[in-house]
Design a protein around this ligand. Structure first.
Ligand SMILES: C[S@@+](CC[C@H](N)C(=O)[O-])C[C@H]1O[C@@H](n2cnc3c(N)ncnc32)[C@H](O)[C@@H]1O
Length: 430
C-alpha cells in the first residue's frame, strides 16, 4: 500500500531535509490507521515529510476556523506505568524519567504493538544531527553562550535521571544510550495530562498529535485539554496543502535548539517572532560588582537580560541592570519601580554603555562563523546539518546586534530586517 505524500509546504527552515527513518512511507499510513482504531479522530490532515522539520501535518482539504482537526482520547494516550514504577522503587524519579522508563519497557520489545507508533519517531541518527546533547564536543563548544544555560540544565537533569534509573536499567539490560533516546523522545514529544477527577497529573504521549510541528505564539492551531482528551481546533481557515502547527510554548530559539533540536526562522526579510530573544547575561553579569548583583537579586532583577529582536528594544530587566551599573541605588531603584528615570531620561546612557559589549559579541559572531566554516569542510552531510543550525542561530544573533548597534534607537524593525535582507541578497549576487 502506498500513499501520495502531501505536497511539501514551502518552509523557512534553512537546514536540509532530515534524513529520518522515512524510507518506508507506509509506516505512517499504518500508524494513522492504528491511531484511528484507538479512537483518535483525524479531520483533513495527513502526516507528510517536510524539508528541515522531519514529519509534520498537512491539510488535505479546506478547513474552517474553529473546526476540529484532531481529537486524541485519554484511552489512546501512553501513560507512565505506575504499577511497574512502584514495583521497582521508581515512583519518586522525575516525571520525565518515569515516562521514559515506561516507554522504554513498552515500546522497545520488537514484538510490542507500540512499535507501529515508535517507528514513526525520529531515530538516533536524526537526534545525532539536531540535538546538541548528541553532538560531538567540538560542535557543542560552538553554541552561542546563552544556549549554555538551558543546555547545562538539560545535561544536569539527564545525569540526575540516569543516576536514578541506572541500577534498574542495567538489571533489565537497557543501556544509557537507550534510556537517553527515550528521555529525549519524551522531552521533545510529550504532553502534560491532568486527569479531570483531580488525581495527580503526569507526562503522557499522544499518538498522531505528536506529528505537529511548532510555530510561534499566536500563529498556530489551538490545542486544548478537554475532560476526555486532547483536541486541536483550527485557528483560521486553511486551504489544502498547508502545514498545521501547534505552539510548544513562547520559547526563544536557544531553548528550542536545546530541547527540540531546531531553530525557528521568520520569513526572510521580516523581523523574528516575539518569542525570540537575544540573551545578554554573559555580557552584563560580569560587569556588575557583587554589591550591585545582590541588590538586583533582592528586587528580582538579576539575570534574564535580553535584546528583543522583534521590536529592536532592550527588555526592562536589562534597562534596570544597566542603570544599576551606572546610577545611584536611589536612581535605579526608582526606575525599577516606576519605569521612568528620576533625573532625566537615561536611555542614551544605557545604550552607550551596552554598545561596546554588543560590538564584542558581534565580533564573536564573525569568529564563530569562521570556525563553523572551517569545520564544514571536514564533516559529512549529517554533521553539516548540525553546523547549518548553529550557523542559523549565530546569524540571527548577528543580525539583531547589528540592527540594534546601527540605530537609530527607534529604528523600525520591519524596515531594518527588510533592508538587511536586501543588502545580504545583493552582497551574495556580487
Ligand atoms: C513533536 S515532534 C513533531 C514531529 C516531528 N517533526 C517528527 O518528525 O516526528 C517535535 C520535533 O519536530 C521538529 N520540529 C518541530 N517544529 C519544528 C519547526 N518549526 N522547524 C523545524 N523542526 C521542527 C523538531 O525536531 C522537534 O524535536
Amino acid at each position: 500500500m502506498s500513499r501520495p505524500l502531501a505536497k511539501r509546504q514551502k518552509t523557512t527552515a534553512t537546514s536540509k531535509p532530515s534524513p529520518s527513518n522515512d524510507n518506508n512511507e507506509d509506516k505512517h499510513v499504518l500508524f494513522t490507521t492504528w491511531a484511528q482504531e484507538r479512537g483518535v479522530r483525524i479531520n483533513g490532515v495527513v502526516a507528510a515529510k517536510l524539508p528541515g522539520r522531519g514529519l509534520g501535518l498537512m491539510t488535505t482539504q479546506k478547513i474552517k476556523k474553529d473546526e476540529q482537526i484532531l481529537f486524541v482520547p485519554e484511552k489512546a494516550m501512553f501513560k507512565p506505568s505506575q504499577s511497574t514504577l512502584k514495583k521497582n522503587n521508581l515512583s519518586r524519579i522525575s516525571a520525565q524519567a518515569q515516562l521514559a522508563i515506561s516507554a522504554l519497557l513498552a515500546f522497545e520489545p520488537t514484538t510490542s504493538p507500540l512499535r507501529l507508533w515508535q517507528q514513526t519517531w525520529p531515530t538516533v541518527t536524526d537526534f545525532t544531527q539536531c540535538m546538541p546533547l548528541y553532538w560531538r564536543p567540538e560542535f557543542q563548544a560552538l553554541v552561542p553562550p546563552p544556549v549554555n544555560l538551558p543546555f547545562d540544565r538539560q545535561r544536569a537533569d539527564f545525569e540526575k535521571d540516569w543516576v536514578s534509573v541506572e541500577t534498574f536499567c542495567k538489571a533489565e539490560g537497557w543501556s544509557r544510550e537507550q534510556f537517553l533516546y527515550y528521555w529525549m523522545i519524551v522531552n521533545s514529544r510529550s504532553f502534560h495530562w491532568k486527569p479531570p477527577k483531580g488525581s495527580a497529573g503526569s507526562m503522557v504521549m499522544c499518538p498522531f498529535i505528536d506529528y505537529m510541528n511548532h510555530g510561534p505564539t499566536d500563529t498556530t492551531c489551538n490545542v486544548f485539554q478537554r475532560s476526555d482528551g486532547y483536541e486541536v481546533l483550527a485557528n483560521r481557515d486553511y486551504d489544502p496543502n498547508e502545514e498545521i502547527l501547534a505552539t510548544y510554548g513562547s520559547h526563544p530559539n536557544d531553548k528550542l535548539l536545546v530541547h527540540y533540536g531546531f531553530v525557528s526562522s521568520a520569513e526572510p526579510g521580516t523581523p523574528p517572532s516575539k518569542d525570540d530573544d537575544i540573551r545578554l547575561d554573559h555580557l552584563i553579569l560580569p560587569k556588575l560588582d557583587t554589591n550591585t548583583r545582590d541588590q538586583l537579586q533582592d528586587l528580582g532583577f538579576l539575570g534574564g537580560y535580553a535584546l528583543l529582536p522583534a521590536t529592536n528594544e532592550l527588555c526592562f530587566k536589562t534597562q534596570v541592570a544597566v542603570r544599576a551599573a551606572l546610577l545611584t541605588c536611589n536612581e535605579w531603584e526608582y526606575f525599577a519601580g516606576n519605569g521612568e528615570d528620576l533625573t532625566g531620561d537615561k536611555a542614551d546612557a544605557v545604550r552607550e554603555y551596552l554598545i561596546p559589549l554588543l560590538r564584542e559579541y558581534s565580533t564573536d559572531c564573525v569568529k564563530k562563523t569562521e570556525e563553523i566554516g572551517k569545520l564544514r569542510h571536514k564533516v559529512d552531510d549529517l554533521q553539516r546539518g548540525s553546523l547549518d543550525m548553529l550557523q542559523t542561530r549565530w546569524n540571527q544573533i548577528s543580525d539583531a546586534l547589528e540592527i540594534f548597534i546601527k540605530g537609530p534607537k527607534d529604528v523600525d524593525p520591519v524596515e531594518a530586517y527588510k533592508e538587511k535582507y536586501e543588502a545580504n541578497k545583493s552582497r551574495k549576487s556580487i
